[in-house]
Design a protein around this ligand. Sequence first.
Ligand SMILES: Nc1ncnc2c1ncn2[C@@H]1O[C@H](COP(=O)(O)OS(=O)(=O)O)[C@@H](OP(=O)(O)O)[C@H]1O
Length: 298
Amino acid sequence: MPNLIAVGFAKCGTGSLSFLDCHSQIVFRFVESYFFMNARKLKNDKLNVKNALSLYNLPKARKSEVLLEKTPAYMNGKATNLKDRFQLMEEFSPGVKILVLLCDPLHRLWSHMKMNRKESHFLEMANLTENWLPEMKNFNYKSAENIIDLPIFKNGEKVNRFIPFGYAKKVLLMGFYYSRLKILIETFGRDRVLLLDGDNLISDPDTEFGLVEEFVGVRKELSFEFATRYPYPCLDEPVPMCLPDTKGTTHGTTKQPNSTELFNFYKKEMQMLKSFLKSFPNYKNDLKRFLWLDKYDD
Ligand SMILES: Nc1ncnc2c1ncn2[C@@H]1O[C@H](COP(=O)(O)OS(=O)(=O)O)[C@@H](OP(=O)(O)O)[C@H]1O
């Protein structure tokens, strides 16, 4: 069973965890397993660790190695599903450590929209801001126990050829990091969760990956360089490696979501996230981490 699971958030740089596979003490397979997605079914099927392993497409690792699995979708879903899923992780892999990547929710959203376009889905800014955000006006953060469970959209209604309301809701709410993180911490505690800054992963990968090495107790081996042929950092040591071209698609673009409605939609959530993060040991190793959160201050 994995002793390290990266649970999200999608589009915040989870793919760059592939660099960890180049570490001599870490084993990782790029393919996402989705193993814990249907926690209830796994429970009902009364799977034990031995027969679960035959369904879990994990690579083999020695006891002395760190076995990492990443599935960003683990952070998606209703609060009750998240609770079940995290509890099951703990049951199957007691003491498991968790990695969470956070990034500016507007950048996350833009990256997601670009990905959907490539897959010929149709999720347009105009739809988000003009049609869907007004539906969220009645948000009352103070009264909402679990914001991610609120029925914000009318379920199932087709807005255009490809994207139903439910999907747009899902993509928008993926940026509600605080509500989801809170549930995660309730299961694993602060000390077993490492928060990585998806933006800093690009500007200062040595710091972010250094934190991972420290967190899982392996040697400091990884170091990065900015190659001229590629706009993102590439691994330099112990072996040279860049991510494939499918990553880094929003680099240099000016067309990011720049709407006041969207900004306001995420503002309160980001403020709550910021106060929450202050209680994490590695929140700010230096002042350069999580800088994107500052723009949501009052
Ligand atoms: N080293 C390096 N190389 C390339 N890209 C990098 C790197 N580090 C972080 N990123 C950022 O990762 C973004 C993609 O996020 P994910 O890998 O989490 O996407 S996914 O959820 O797995 O689809 C990707 O977003 P896009 O630019 O929208 O593709 C990048 O901003």
